[in-house]
Design a protein around this ligand. Structure first.
Ligand code: SF4
Ligand code: SF4
Length: 154
């Protein structure tokens, strides 16, 4: 997959908009996200639901129409050119395979992987400044993290 130039797009902006997109799609994922599955969700380190992300869905279902639609939407929203071939992602916690470059470079993801946690909600330092700033702008991610913490305590 060719990598789009996301240099002038903040990850927060990118993912905040991704969140709006993912709300309309639902699909289950598998593999290393086992511990993060909640109510059919496949949570990224930051609490986003990768399982409902168009990039994940398009990759898993090889859906060219969804790739084209998402590339057009994200190109417009983020002000960068994204091609249908860019819309492929195996999810946040995968360390091998195709990934949207923003998520591959995400500091929250890198931090969680270095700490060997599968989700920020499971981190001893939650909520740190990094995740706090992110979820303040992405309520669905915050809700997912808080739900995971609540259910872990029960
Ligand atoms: S890691 Fe991939 S699947 Fe998850 S939100 Fe980011 S682009 Fe979507
Ligand atoms: S320190 Fe913050 S960003 Fe890093 S894993 Fe913990 S909660 Fe997530």
């Amino acid at each position: 997959m060719s990598q789009p130039n996301h240099a002038n797009v903040s990850r927060r902006d990118f993912l905040a908009t991704t969140t709006a997109s993912v709300a309309v799609v639902g699909i289950m994922g598998a593999g290393c996200m086992q511990a993060n599955k909640r109510d059919g969700k496949m949570l990224a380190m930051c609490g986003l639901d990768c399982g409902a992300c168009p990039a994940y869905v398009a990759y898993k279902t090889n859906d060219d129409a969804l790739r084209a639609k998402t590339a057009a939407e994200w190109s417009k929203q983020f002000g960068v050119e994204m091609k249908p071939a860019d819309i492929n992602c195996l999810g946040c916690l995968k360390t091998k395979g195709v990934q949207i470059s923003h998520c591959a470079q995400c500091e929250i993801r890198k931090c969680g992987l270095a700490r060997k946690v599968k989700n920020c909600a499971l981190c001893a330092d939650y909520p740190c400044d990094k995740i706090s700033k992110f979820i303040a702008n992405v309520p669905p991610a915050k809700a997912n993290l808080e739900e995971l913490r609540r259910t872990r305590r029960n």
